[in-house]
Design a protein around this ligand. Structure first.
Ligand code: F6R
Length: 609
């Protein structure tokens, strides 16, 4: 995830910015840069680590005002020309977030004669500011930033330097974090407090649509109407390690809590709710190609495979396309029957899983068109496939996949709706229904998170059991697999996910009062069937924890505990149920004293067979 920093004061800005950027390294990044203003803007940037940036900075590079950035690629590959800061003549900008309408703005700026040196959305901000000031000569930098905020759609925290106003930095935010540090020898700005905690513990959190001006003598805060406002100063009690996790005890818990933002970032710019359609140019498939598509073969491992399994239901029910889901390690040594009409889809958060890469290579040998869903721009899978759909979940540090899983689901919804609309299976009205539902997910995820205490109580209650079962039907079947996988990998409890209707074909023999069963019983066309399966396991003495919708008043009669999710479209419930299951696994592992972020025997990126 990108990180921005800024400093103005009496100390050497270069040293402070470099040390602050190092503190943001934990967020994950692929390139970095710095600009210092000494009458003119002097910029250094590079692909790689902060240590690589330090190597290219000359010893005499100093100053008292500057901005810096760690970039985690979203628009454009990790290349030096895409690293921030981005410049437009006498203006330099660093940015964290995504400008959704950047293509439209870019076209407008190109028609005005602006030349773009990068593939980023951020360069648009620099040129937009430049053109705003050029066309409104009475504007200060603060006026220009306020003006440009009204033109930009999406999320941003930005810091701007302007040679004509050499003693201050202007900052602004919308849907992307920004915090100001008040030091004795200057003022700091950053995406999170970790960056400047060694210099000051006095911080002011910037709210959406607010602007800030920091100078050597003070800080001014403004609202979007240009009126100066007062803000409260917080004293940060965290040490640096706690701050990296934003105060959460584990990265996994932090990442679970980031999901309402990561879901929103993933669908940003891809939904036209008004027209009831999805904008998915990245898929690089014409309407004719989509209409003629006969089969989709999804290839993935682990949690990504579980997401793919939800995808199978979506492609079949929303787009009417026969879909297979293959485990990459099996597919690569099998004898798949494929032909040019089959579209293969690799799902891999890291983009580096050896089995998935090998399987997709072998599918290409059959002449299939291949696409990938991944979270990492520039990863190996992006070079192996014809098209790439990026999840924008930000780096995931906890080994157990959480926010990348729900982001993968979002891309799968968008793909299935897009294909279904093009193929005439979905009317714009049907599509709009689900798209409206997708846009409600961030708020609904937040509601699930707000109720985490009951999930914690449930986890603690069953923390000592040796076996768990998870059951569900249709799209909730893969959710049960994911719930079981999450629990076993971090709590080391044996857990099985089953299609609820399959229990009676064997596993029912294992059900007893010692095996709690989590039944995903959200409203939908299989709800009644799941109720029957709940009765089946209750009759064998099992205690049942149901995941059910908020408005379901019937479910309490049949189960021992209910974990609620907001009411939603039946196909969208996997996103919300998964958040419940992630929290259940987290709190169970916590109660058992397990190593949550680094479970035994597991690695974040599996680059070996
Ligand atoms: C489980 C988990 C793994 C990965 C699997 C594939 O929490 O993270 O099961 O999903 O190793 O990894 P990617 O998605 O990087 O291909």
């Amino acid at each position: 995830m990108c990180g921005i920093v800024g400093y103005v004061g009496t100390e050497n800005a270069v040293d402070i910015i470099i040390s602050s950027l190092k503190k943001l390294e934990y967020r994950g990044y692929d390139s970095a840069g710095i600009t210092v203003l000494n009458q003119k803007l002097e910029t250094y940037k590079t692909v790689g680590k902060i240590a690589d940036l330090e190597k290219i900075i000359p010893a005499n590079f100093t100053g008292h005002i500057g901005i810096g950035h760690t970039r985690w690629a979203t628009h454009g590959k990790p290349e030096t020309r895409n690293a921030h800061p981005h410049l437009s003549s006498n203006i330099a900008v660093v940015h964290n977030g995504i400008i959704e309408n950047y293509m439209k703005l870019k076209e407008k700026l190109i028609s005005q004669g602006y030349e773009f040196l990068s593939d980023t959305d951020t360069e648009v901000i620099a040129h937009l500011l430049h053109s705003t000031i050029k066309n409104n000569t009475q504007f200060s930098l603060l006026d220009a930033v306020r003006h440009v905020m009204n033109e930009m759609e999406g999320s941003y925290a930005i810091a701007v330097l302007y040679t004509a106003e050499p003693d201050h930095i202007v900052l602004a935010r919308k849907d992307s974090p920004l915090v100001i540090g008040l030091g004795n020898n200057g003022f700091f700005a950053a995406s999170d407090v970790t960056a400047f905690l060694r210099y000051t513990k006095n911080a002011v959190y910037v709210n959406d649509k607010e602007l800030v001006l920091i100078s050597p003598t003070g800080v001014e805060f403004y609202n979007n109407d240009g009126q100066q406002i007062e803000k409260k100063v917080d004293i940060i009690e965290w040490d640096e390690e706690a701050a990296e996790k934003a105060g959460y005890e584990h990265f996994m818990l932090k990442e679970i809590h980031e999901q309402s933002a990561s879901i929103q970032d993933t669908y940003a710019g891809k939904i036209s709710e008004l027209e009831g359609r999805v904008i998915l140019d990245e898929l690089k498939m014409s309407d004719d190609q989509l209409k003629n598509l006969q089969r989709i073969t999804i290839i993935a491992c682990g949690t990504s495979w579980n997401a793919g399994c939800v995808g199978k239901y979506l492609f079949e029910s929303l787009a009417g396309i026969h879909t297979d889901i293959e485990t990459a390690s099996e597919f690569r040594y099998g004898d798949p029957v494929l032909c040019g009409q089959v579209f293969t889809l690799a799902i891999t958060q890291s983009g580096e899983t050896a089995d998935t890469l090998a399987a997709i290579r072998s599918s290409k040998a059959y002449g299939c068109k291949a696409a990938a869903i991944t979270n990492v721009v520039g990863s190996s899978i992006t070079r192996e496939t014809d098209s790439v759909l990026f999840t924008r979940a930000g780096p995931e540090i906890g080994v157990a996949a959480t926010k990348t899983f729900t982001a993968q689901l979002i891309i799968l919804y968008l793909m299935a709706i897009h294909m279904g609309t093009v193929r005439g299976r979905l009317t714009p009205e049907n599509a709009r229904d689900i798209l409206v539902g997708i846009k409600q997910l961030p708020g609904q995820v937040q509601k699930v998170l707000n109720n985490k205490n009951i999930i914690k109580e449930c986890a603690e209650h069953y923390a000592k059991v040796q076996d768990y079962f998870f059951i569900g039907r249709h799209v909730n079947y893969p959710v049960s697999l994911e719930g079981a996988l999450k629990l076993k990998e971090i709590s080391y409890i044996h857990a099985e996910g089953y299609a609820a209707g399959e229990l009676k074909h064997g596993p029912l023999a294992l059900i007893s009062s010692e095996t709690p069963v989590v039944a995903i019983a959200t409203k939908g066309h299989t709800y009644e069937k799941v109720l029957s399966n709940i009765k089946e396991v209750k009759a064998r003495g099992a205690e049942v924890i149901a995941i059910a919708n908020q408005s379901d008043t019937e479910i309490n009669k049949y189960v021992d505990m209910v974990l609620r999710i907001p009411d939603c479209h039946e196909l969208l419930s996997p996103v919300l149920s998964s958040v419940v299951l992630q929290l259940l696994a987290y709190y169970t592992a916590y109660a058992r004293g397990c190593s949550i972020d680094k479970p035994r025997n597991l690695a974040k990126s599996v680059t070996v067979e």
